[in-house]
Design a protein around this ligand. Structure first.
Ligand code: ZN
Length: 374
């Protein structure tokens, strides 16, 4: 990320819904244990392309962290034999098996522990945010972008590898919501939504100061809320979902359909599209504005349904600059007529990767607000 992007503030010049400087006291700090020693948890954040692990303390500080890239599939060689004769060509082409991915996860966790100079038995437990879908709360995961894991028993495997404390796994956007509420842009707020606009569009909810799970762990999954009736088809099988209008890949696909071409030999992805928009490309600008407007409409509906104080937006487009944010804000204004909906503040996640780790730690370290049974 460039310096200018890092410094970008969506509501600079005292935008109407920015109350980050309101002076509210952080409500997140947890007391130390009765014996005065700090508590710690292992935290894990598994996305489609990256794995992050950390040792998080009960006061929300990250004692140490480690990162790994997701193992990359090796291209299939048409000349190579298929030794077990099993599976379709696509499965063989994936070239990364479930154990290989888990070994990288374990390696990453062990590096974080070593960097913190701590042992597994000094951890209260292990919290994990993982990209979905998953069977919750069982913790069998099938992340769309990790084809090697289909029904992978991640929770059971982590319990075996790091015994002694609870292991809790939730969707990565839910971990982000817990982290934003515990230690991020949602501190001191009782009712909030966290949204991530990335390869997919996900979200998590905190209501009445507690993380909400829903029946199957999908409460707050804003990505499949309909924002345009009979709109474009969505990967979920529906139409007009927020994800179909605002995800990185769908926005890039729309731009390409309108004639956008990445300059030079750059890949056609959300980051390049956003750079193209900032450089003034008309189609790219319209594409980002279209995504922002869809998110603004979705947030307006959430404000109406849930009477929220704040929504925190993370993900690549959230970092992309004013084209996305101006469209989001205008759309939110257009779709909120009632005073209570207009009062909802929209904030940009300031440090989503560290916040997601803290959120995973919060499952263990602040269980009265963020943990669950099962
Ligand atoms: Zn959908």
């Amino acid at each position: 990320m460039s310096q200018s992007q890092e410094a970008f503030q969506p509501w600079e010049a005292g935008g109407p819904r920015d109350v980050r400087a309101s002076g509210k006291e952080p409500a997140g700090a947890e007391p130390a244990r009765a014996d005065g020693r700090k508590t710690f948890a292992l935290a894990l954040d598994i996305g489609g392309t990256k794995i992050a692990a950390g040792v998080v303390a009960g006061d929300g500080t990250i004692a140490a962290q480690a990162r790994r890239s997701m193992p990359v599939p090796r291209p299939a060689s048409p000349a190579s034999p298929d030794p077990d004769g099993a599976g379709p060509a696509s499965a063989r082409a994936a070239g990364v098996d479930a154990e290989e991915v888990f070994a990288v996860v374990q390696d990453c966790l062990d590096e974080a522990l070593a960097a913190a100079r701590m042992r597994p038995d000094e951890m209260t437990g292990l919290g994990c945010g993982c990209s979905g879908p998953m069977d919750w709360p069982v913790g069998e995961v099938s992340p769309l972008n990790i084809p090697a894991w289909r029904g992978f028993p991640l929770r059971a495997r982590l319990r075996d590898a790091y015994p002694g404390g609870p292991v809790l796994i939730h969707n990565d956007a839910v971990a982000l919501a817990a982290g934003e509420h515990w230690m991020g842009e949602g501190r001191g707020v009782r009712n909030m939504l966290a949204v991530t606009v990335s390869t997919g569009v996900g979200g998590g909810l905190v209501l009445g100061g507690r993380l909400l799970h829903g029946t199957s762990g999908n409460a707050g999954h804003i990505g499949h809320m309909v924002v345009e009736a009979d709109g474009p088809p969505c990967p979920c099988g529906g139409r007009g979902c927020l994800e179909a209008l605002a995800s990185g890949p769908r926005t890039v696909a729309w731009a390409i359909g309108e004639g956008w071409v990445p300059s030079g030999d750059q890949p056609a992805n959300g980051r390049v599209l956003a750079a193209s928009a900032r450089a003034g490309d008309g189609v790219a600008r319209r594409a980002l504005a279209r995504a922002g407007a869809a998110v603004g409409a979705g947030l307006a509906s959430c404000a109406s349904l849930l009477d929220l104080e704040a929504a925190v937006v993370a993900g690549g487009f959230a970092q992309s600059g004013p084209i996305f944010w101006d469209a989001l804000s205008a759309s939110f204004d257009r779709h909120t007529g009632l005073a209570f909906t207009r009062r909802m503040q929209i904030r940009r996640s300031s440090d989503p990767s560290r916040i997601a780790l803290r959120g995973a730690g919060a499952f263990i370290l602040a269980p009265e607000r963020y943990a669950w049974e099962g």
